[in-house]
Design a protein around this ligand. Structure first.
Ligand code: ZN
Ligand code: FE
Length: 256
């Protein structure tokens, strides 16, 4: 089975658009619809026709292009059943553990509440590609607009169970500022220092820092590292629970 093709492009201020294409069936899905015009342009550039939008959550920079794209392409809109009333034009409702297939490529739906109450991620397992929306960013995580720290930590733990080589496709290029925050918490982390150098070089060359891999995130992302003794010591939370350490890390990032 030929691999999925993933076409990535920047849009809006700092979003990434993704078109996922199965060369066998010719089917194409857009992960979210941040910018309908940009998505139409990229589809034309690839010579692909849009069959699906896979929504991660209802925010305007993720679902704002749904209705226009549905009208212009007749695509089917997939989103969380638990948020059906907030996903414009939803056709197909999914929940945790469901599977969506693009041709013969299966994506497992992982519910990750926290950023919003019904955020979902799409994991193309055979392709080792996870589209995580605003749940996990490179060296960061989404703000807790509708969920509690305990909920978000549980959601991130679901992602942490995936294989380390899983490519993490997040929805925003926030990596460099996330990295500055991370370095303040773990200044001696060698993996973090190496990643920051790599990120600085990529950005200086106008290149995306996304996708990273789950292995890299586990080594560098403070939101996946509440077990780190150095991070705990820096926060003054040596013997707190992982959830408490995660919550304090998120609080500090909100003020950063
Ligand atoms: Zn969002
Ligand atoms: Fe967003």
């Amino acid at each position: 089975m030929p691999a999925l093709r993933i076409h990535q492009f920047p849009c809006l201020a700092d979003n990434y658009g993704y078109l996922v294409h199965d060369p066998d069936s010719g089917l194409t899905a857009s992960i979210d619809s941040p910018d309908a015009e940009a998505i139409e342009r990229e589809l034309a550039g690839q010579g692909w026709k849009l069959d699906y939008i896979l929504n991660t959550h209802h925010h305007a920079d993720h679902a704002g292009g749904n209705l226009r794209l549905k009208q212009s392409t007749g695509c089917t809109i997939v989103g969380a059943r638990a948020d059906a009333d907030r996903i414009p034009g939803i056709d197909l409702m999914v929940a945790d553990g469901d599977s969506f297939t693009l041709g013969r490529h299966a994506a497992r739906i992982i519910e990750t509440p926290g950023h919003t109450r019904a955020h979902v991620c799409y994991l193309f397992e055979a392709d080792r590609a996870a589209f995580v929306g605003d749940t996990l960013f490179s060296m960061g995580c989404g703000r807790l607009f509708e969920g509690t720290p305990a909920q978000m930590w549980k959601s991130l733990q679901k992602i942490m169970q995936l294989p380390d080589e899983t490519r993490i496709y997040c929805a925003h290029e926030y990596t460099q500022s996330n990295g500055r925050f991370a370095l303040g918490l773990e200044p001696e982390n060698p993996a973090l220092r190496a990643r920051l150098q790599e990120v600085a070089a990529l950005r200086a060359a106008g290149q995306p820092t996304v996708p990273s891999t789950l292995g890299t995130e586990k080594a560098t992302n403070p939101f996946l590292r509440p077990a780190s003794p150095a991070l705990r010591a820096g926060l003054g939370l040596a013997s707190a629970s992982d959830t408490e350490v995660f919550a304090e890390t998120r609080r500090r990032k909100d003020r950063f």
